[in-house]
Ligand binder design. Structure first.
Ligand SMILES: Nc1ncnc2c1ncn2[C@@H]1O[C@H](COP(=O)(O)OP(=O)(O)OP(=O)(O)O)[C@@H](O)[C@H]1O
Ligand SMILES: [Mg+2]
Length: 453
């Protein structure tokens, strides 16, 4: 906003060259009358103008929206006025004459800040949208497209009796998915038994799964029923299936093919009818390639496979999950649901969540426990790995990655549209391999069918 046309045009042009979308006005009055003002991320306004001046514009803009971002261009040396403007809520002031870079830097910061404010406002709005949307019960919360697709896959798996491999990073909800498959299947009234192959010594896994007779090995003082027998008629969840030894793999194959279990130390078989679900965090194909997993076992357990997306690929679900965990943690601790400060909200949205939903749940629990006077405590990420390294990334890198992902998705969508959903053409246009394209389409939940012409 500047009454001096030459100045106005040159500032507008400079900002546009840097990729900002710019509207320019010759007076404060016309600016205030512009309906788009509400959505402007930032206003750059000259102070000395006929009619309403910059200070008056600032006052009115702030009255309409206390979060409005206004940068004032002030005359050289007018310190008292600059101070007044800042006190009145100006985001910044730039002294004339100024270097382009000085104004650009200020506008860049203001726009970023406005974006954050917008995000956390949205988050706050969504937090109030309680109760959160639960997908088909089973405590699974989320309404992102990826979660809806996950739910569809669960329904498909529930209708079948085939083994399902559930793949996903730690804390993404693999166990919830397994319980939902069982719960939606016709075995739902019967047992759901989980065995964690990674949490038990190799020798114990077999006796746990297949059971043993008394004296089968040193320490086997009493007979033990295998979990496969306990689960018979129902579903067995084999967690961290990559930890299953080769000999247990052979035995499991027999269970899957013929429904036969041989408890350790006896030839007397038990007939069982078990639906097997398995989870893994790693690429099992690689395990097969490295000879760590039998190929026949691998193919048998992944008749169906479901990938549970990491939280950072479905950030839209963060507000819902936060609201959900906030409520339940507050109830558990017997306090009222605390308020979350603006800054904490935007950090939750930007965090990369290496520990996924579990980490978000833990973080929210900590915020509730450390709440003071109805205000949630600070956000701290889980410490992961050796050395207790804090994984949470500085906000800027998360934002950059988001930006890059958005762009990547956009470019791929364009290629798909232009090729009418023909992947070979799209690969050529993008200059990437078919496999790379597949991976990205999966990541961004793009379906070639939607681009058919
Ligand atoms: N969509 C969701 N909605 C609500 N809670 C969820 C969701 N996904 C996961 N959780 C919660 O997060 C925690 C971790 O989930 P779960 O144990 O299913 O993850 P996992 O993938 O099996 O993890 P791990 O790989 O460490 O075994 C649980 O408390 C679970 O209830
Ligand atoms: Mg698990």
């Amino acid at each position: 906003v500047d009454d001096d046309e030459a100045a106005r045009l040159s500032i507008a042009q400079m900002l546009m060259l840097r990729g900002f979308t710019v509207e320019s006005f010759s007076s404060a009055e016309t600016t205030l009358a512009w309906p788009g003002l509400r959505d402007a991320a930032c206003v750059v306004c000259d102070v000395k103008m006929p009619g309403l001046d910059g200070e008056e514009f600032l006052a009115e803009a702030k009255r309409r929206d206390p979060a409005a971002m206004v940068i004032l261009i002030t005359g050289h040396g007018d310190v008292p006025m600059a101070v007044r403007c800042l006190k009145a809520g100006a985001y910044d002031f730039v002294e004339k004459p100024f270097e382009d870079e000085v104004l650009l830097a200020s506008v860049g910061r203001a726009v970023e800040r406005a974006e954050l404010q917008r995000e956390s406002k949205e988050l706050r709005r969504q937090l109030q949208l309680l109760p959160p949307i639960e997908l088909g019960a089973f405590g699974m919360i989320g309404r992102s497209r990826l979660m809806q697709e996950l739910w569809e896959q669960i329904e498909i798996a529930a209708r079948s009796a085939a083994p399902v491999l559930i793949v996903g990073e730690t804390g993404t909800g693999k166990e919830l998915v397994a319980r939902a498959i069982h719960g939606r299947s016709d075995r739902s009234g019967r047992p759901f038994v989980a065995v964690n192959a990674g949490g038990l010594p190799e020798s114990m896994v077999e006796s746990e799964l297949f059971g043993h007779v008394r004296g089968a090995f040193t320490g086997a003082d009493a007979k033990r029923e295998g979990r496969l027998v306990t689960a018979s008629g129902g579903t067995l969840l084999l967690d961290e299936v990559e930890c299953i030894s080769a000999s247990a793999q052979v035995k499991l194959l027999r269970v899957l093919e013929d429904g036969e279990v041989y408890p350790l130390g006896t030839d007397r078989l038990r007939k069982v009818d078990v639906r097997l679900l398995a989870t893994t965090k790693i690429d099992l194909k690689e395990q097969v390639r490295l000879d760590l997993m039998r190929e026949d076992f691998f193919h048998r357990i992944m008749v169906l496979s479901i990938t549970v997306p990491p939280l950072r690929q479905r950030r839209e679900d963060i507000p819902l999950l936060t609201a959900h965990f906030l409520k339940s943690a507050a109830a558990r601790n017997g306090i009222a649901v605390p308020e979350i400060p603006e800054e904490t909200l935007s950090r939750l949205l930007q965090c990369d969540w290496p520990g996924n939903v579990r980490e978000l749940r833990n973080s929210v629990e900590r915020m509730v426990i450390t709440a003071r006077k109805g205000v949630a405590g600070p956000f701290t990420a889980d410490q992961e790995g050796e050395g207790g390294r804090l994984i949470s990334l500085p906000p800027s890198s998360g934002r950059l990655r988001d930006e890059m992902e958005r762009t990547e998705k956009h470019v791929i969508e364009m290629a798909l549209r232009e090729s009418g959903g023909r992947l070979s053409t799209a690969c050529l246009a993008l200059g990437i391999s078919r496999r790379a394209l597949y991976e990205r389409m999966k990541k961004y939940a793009l379906k070639k069918e939607e681009y058919r012409d």
